[in-house]
Structure formats: structure tokens, C-alpha cells
Unconditional design. Sequence first.
Length: 417
Amino acid sequence: MHKRIICIVMAVGVVLGISTKAFADPSLSDQLSSSQAQYNQSQAALNASQAKFNDLVNKIQALDVQMQENMTQAEQIKGKIDKVEGNITQEKKNLEAAQQRVKEEQDLYKSRLRAMYIMGNDGYLSALLDSKGFGDFITKIDNISKVAQFDNNLIASLNERQQEVQNKENSLETSKKELVSLQAESSKNLANLGKQKADQEPLVAQYKVEIASATTASANAKAQVDAVNGKITAQKNAEAAAAAQAAEAAKAVAAAKAAASSAVASATTSTADVTVSINRGTPVTPKPAPKPPAPNPAVSGSIVGYAEQFLNVPYVWGGTSPSGFDCSGFVQYVYSHFGVSIPRTSEDQFGYGTPVSQSQLQVGDLVFFEPDSNGLPGHVGMYIGGGDIIQAPHTGDVVKITPLAYMGSYMGARRVR
């Protein structure tokens, strides 16, 4: 009987010795510090690449605006040139008419002089000599003087009109030269802006590669941090399980001691079997946490799935169809598929729907960025959950999914459904 009790106590002691073995692994703390430092470094590199990319995108968008302004200016100049050319054509016709009138009057004047020359005494002199008196003589002199003065005034007036038309034509030609010069300068500026924009395209590709590389490095570092944290969690769980086993073993020891005392006290009575249940150190597996309820696909999945059909569609300024979208044209097109009509531009869309805070974002909410000089947004995307948005970013890019954290100049969000 005594041997049996002693065996029970020894067995419980062995369990306690096994269960209370130290699980602490100091190297895990060092691994976590190293992994976290590597993750912070890779995240800083990713943020720097994203910042450079965003600056480049803003520069390209500014070039787009300048190009649009130059094209508008060029159209206006062309319209002015066409109008001036029309005026020049008309003034040339006016000049030809004036010249013809001067020529006709000069020919008429020469004809009268020739006729008087041929008539000899029957001309002005004959008319004067045939006067019937001094008064009649004075009257005829006055009439002859008036006719000659009229001819001279008419020809002078016609010459002045001819000179005015000529001056106007010269002025129009000068204006045309100035407009043509402005047109050439505008075309030169447009070509220069186009070259500047083309020069940015290799940088866009370069920064995309940098961002992809930095994203991969950051994800790998984050996975390493998570792995170390997983080991630490597992270690803590094992220590907790060992502590629980030790407590159970302590209870078993107390029970064994009580049984031994009872057995000694009643040695003359019938021997009672003592049964002790000993936990052999099997780890206690914690129940998994309940999974969060799945999102309602009718609310979220349908609009996200439809929007993602247009991934890699090229950005086209002013585009509103699958052949090419701009930012506001893309979200307007997606919502129209579900029978929801929203304004065309990001500025008008910002004033539409219900404002929501960033912490309350839901799938399908419109998110706005890049305020202009009037405080209105210059860019819009659609929140698709998981901290991501889908957007048509800028010229040279395509419809794509981007983490909301990578977007700069966040202005707010609107719920339109």
C-alpha cells in the first residue's frame, strides 16, 4: 500500500518537472527586432518611391493642363487668322473698286481736256468770249472753275479712299503676320510640352518598377515579422499550457498526499484503491476565433467585380468608355451600369452623395484627392475594401488597384448608393 502511494507521488513529481520546463527563447526577441527594423526600412523605401511617383504624376497632369491650354489658344489664333484673311480679301476687292473708280474719273477728266483741246476756240475760251455781258462772263468763269474744282476734288477724294483701303489692307497684313507668329510660337510651345511629357514616360516605367520591387521587399519583411510574432505567440501559448498542466499536477499531488494520509490512518481497514488522473503534458489547443461574417456579395462584390473588369484599360483624358477612361469617367461608367447616375467631373461628384469619414469607408464609396486652387478635387477613385481603391490615375497609366495609404492629398469620401 505504501509503495503504491510513493509511486503516485513520484509520478506526479515527474509531471511537474516536465511541465515547468522553461520555454523562453531569447533569440526570438532579437529576431523580431531585426525583422521589424528591416520592415521599417523597406516601408520607408516604398514610401519614398511612391512619393517620387506621385510627384511625377502631378507633373504629367500639369503638362496635360498646359497642353490643353495651348491647343485652345492655337484654335483661337487660327480663328482670328481666318477672320483677318477674310477681311484682307474683302479689302483687296474694295481697293480694286477704288482704283477702278479713280481710273474712270481720270479717264473722264482727260476726255474733257482732249475735247476742249480739239474744239479750239469752241472750248472754255470760246465760251468766255461768247459771254453776253460782264455778269455772264463772270458766271461762266465761275462755272468753269467749279467744274475744274469738282474734277480735282473728286479725283483727290478717290485717291484718299484708295489710300485708306491700301492702309487698311497693310494693317490687316501686319495683324496676320503677328497672328501667324503667335500661332508658330503656340505650336512650338505645344511641341515642347509634348516632348517634356514624352521624357517623363521612361521615369513612369522606372518608378513603377521601383514601387513593385519595394512592395515585394516590404511584403517579405512583413511576412518575416508575422512569422516571428507567430513563433512568439506559439511560445506564449505553450507556456500557458505548461502552467495549466503544472496547476493540474499540483492538485494531483495534493490529492495523492491526502490519499496517502487517509491510507495510513486506516491501515487496518480494507485497502482502498487510489486513482489519480495525471496530465502527461499534452498541449491544450485553443479554439480558433470565430470568422467574421462574409460581406454581402449583392452589396459589395457585384460593383467591385464589375469595376475590376476594366483593369489595365488605358487612361484617356476626357475618356468615358472602355476604350479609355479618365478618373471621373471611370466611376461614372461603373455606377451607370447599376442604374445610378452621378455627375461627370470629380469636382461635381465631390458635391454629390453623403459625406463619410475615412474610418467609415465602405465598398463602393467615392474617395477624392488632389485639391486645386479652388479647393475642389482633381482626382477620384472607388474604395473596394481592404484598404484599397480602384482608379484611372493619369496619362500614361492604366486602370489599376492602389492602396489608399499610397494616395496623397486625401480630401474626403462620398457615398452615392
